[in-house]
Design a protein around this ligand. Structure first.
Ligand code: NOJ
Length: 552
């Protein structure tokens, strides 16, 4: 089997509780994913990244894990997971699962034992317990902040504090403890033995902290990190010792297991996580934060191609995931808009805004699919879903809402269960309701509607992914592309004959370099122009390949 399959893969993120519900309890599950494997095959993806399915009290959407070797009973069983692996593999699709090594759930047996044991005990050493500051020890030990708002320290009934960089139900492990290191190696081995093909490593940049006394001040969360690894909490060089051990384990399998780091670090530091001795690949989140702007996109693309090449890795391209406002909506709102404020207002987009978002989202999808490297898609983006801003506060699940004391609504708006059919109580998500309310406008984005419409977002994704595959195998498209900005145009020229041109302005721009049009994200009216907010692929494929592709 090709050990490098992941380098150019199109990976589809499944957030299992919101994908498909097979048992009518309103929560998506593994049998639900199995029931949609044909859809995934039809989309043409190479791999699924499955967000956490482990037993969890759901304090943070499953990123609070009680048992790293099991399946939450509401989502199925280990046997269902085995069946999912088999069904995906039969469809030629690999499976990447989420590993959450920075913290467990506060319901994890180790943390329960730690709370039940006295200060200074071996049980407490596996987490980060400390005495408080101030004359009577009632102040948090440092000014460290939780990503979800408030202090990163929680006091226990006996007066000690424990560290949680996320919710208080997510205590941080102490990665200097040998039990923690051993346990995660065993967990990675457990899943690799079961046939899982790779791992997405949750907050891979946070595991190791500088806990030397006195604790250093770090009152901001990780937005502006130093480039020398000197932050007390994030992106420390010692992390890569851990990942080197993991790499040794991954490389014992055939093909080696892949890993991709979720590391919110400066682009120049990403190479460390992406190097072959470490995790091998790292998410590049630059496009998640980029405005709709040709110069910004061209610079990000060129820079990340360079970094990935330096790391002997391949780049990754991400427009959306389960943590951010969906990109169709980001592109619908004015550049620089305060997304939290917009969510709090709870007003849906106006029709003209939504159309602009759709048009740009189509162009952006084709732009990233023209690039070498792995493209990570988030469930529902292929249906052109927008963020659901209308969720009432009584229905919010994200701990961000509570911990920010109502200043931020959080991430539920991109986690609303998918619409599979225009009709039905939960738009075909399941036979019953859905754990987050779906808006009425989901009907027009339902998969069964889009399947019948050659102009839909789903049809565009299918065509672009199929062509991408064809261009690689039959067109011989390979290597690093030339990336060029020409005014409002971003031009990607790939060896082997694919040229992708994206027009970021809303007006048509002349483009007379010719070439045969393979695909366009909007209707082409008068050549030789690229319509506003459109990507066009020009290429050299043989007639027969194109005919086959059109017929498939
Ligand atoms: C990153 C995950 O993507 C996010 O959903 C989660 O809340 C945090 N890590 C904590 O695990």
């Amino acid at each position: 089997m090709d050990p490098d399959w992941w380098r150019d893969a199109v990976v589809y993120q499944v957030y299992p509780r919101s994908f498909a519900d097979s048992d009518a309890d309103g929560l998506g599950d593994l049998r639900g994913v199995i029931s949609r494997v044909d859809y995934l095959r039809g989309l043409g993806i190479d791999a699924v990244w499955l967000s956490p399915f482990y037993p969890s009290p759901l304090a943070d959407g499953g990123y609070d894990v009680v048992d790293y070797r099991d399946v939450d009973s509401r989502l199925g069983t280990l046997a269902d997971l085995d069946d999912l692996i088999e069904a995906l593999h039969e469809a030629g699709i690999r499976l990447i699962i989420d590993i959450v090594p920075n913290h467990s759930s506060s319901e994890h047996p180790w943390f329960r034992a730690a709370l039940a044991s006295p200060r200074g005990s071996e049980e407490r050493e596996r987490y980060v317990f400390m005495e408080g500051a101030g004359a009577d020890g009632s102040e948090p030990p440092s000014d460290w902040q939780s990503h979800f708002g408030g202090s990163a320290w929680e006091r226990t009934p006996d007066g000690q504090f424990y560290l949680h960089l996320f919710a208080e139900e997510q205590p941080d492990f102490n990665w200097s403890h040998p039990d923690v290191r051993k346990e995660f190696l065993a967990i990675l081995g457990f899943w690799s033995d079961r046939g899982v093909d790779g791992f997405r490593i949750d907050v891979a940049h946070t595991l190791v902290k500088d806990l030397a006394h006195p604790l250093r001040s770090q009152p901001t969360i990780d937005s502006l990190l130093p480039e020398d690894g000197s932050d007390p909490l994030y992106d420390r060089d010692e992390l890569h010792q851990i990942y080197r051990e993991w790499r040794e384990l991954f490389d014992r399998y055939d093909p080696p297991r892949m890993a991709v780091a979720e590391a919110w670090v400066p682009a120049s530091r990403r190479v460390r996580y992406a190097s072959p001795e470490s995790l091998g690949q790292a998410f590049n989140f630059d496009l998640l934060r980029a405005p709709w702007d040709a110069a910004a996109f061209a610079e990000i693309i060129a820079r990340n191609l360079r970094f990935a090449d330096e790391a002997h890795s391949s780049s990754t391209w991400v427009l959306s995931n389960h943590d951010v406002v969906r990109h169709a909506t980001r592109y619908a709102l004015p550049d620089g808009a305060d997304l939290d404020a917009w969510l709090l207002e709870g007003r849906p987009l106006g029709p003209a805004q939504a159309l602009q978002g759709d048009r740009r989202a189509r162009a952006a999808a084709m732009l990233v699919l023209a690039l070498p490297g792995s493209v990570y898609l988030y469930q529902g983006e292929e249906l052109g879903l927008h963020e659901v801003s209308e969720i009432g506060i009584q229905d919010l699940q994200d701990p961000i809402w509570r911990r920010s004391e109502g200043r931020q609504k959080g991430r539920d708006g991109c986690r609303v269960p998918l619409p599979w059919t225009a009709a039905g109580r939960s738009f075909g998500f399941g036979a019953n309701g859905s754990h987050l309310p779906q808006p009425r406008w989901f009907a027009s984005h339902a998969a069964d509607v889009e399947e019948r419409d050659p102009g839909s977002m789903l049809s565009l994704y299918r065509s672009a992914i199929a062509l991408r595959r064809l261009l690689r195998t039959e067109g011989g498209v390979s290597g690093l592309p030339a990336v060029r900005r020409d005014g409002d145009l971003v031009v990607i020229e790939r060896e082997g004959g694919l040229t992708s041109v994206t027009n970021f302005s809303s007006e048509p721009v002349r483009w007379s370099h010719g070439g045969r049009v393979l695909l366009s994200s909007s209707d082409l009216t008068s050549e030789p122009t690229i319509p506003g907010e459109t990507t066009v692929w020009f290429g050299e494929l043989h007639e027969s390949s194109i005919a086959e592709e059109a017929g498939s």
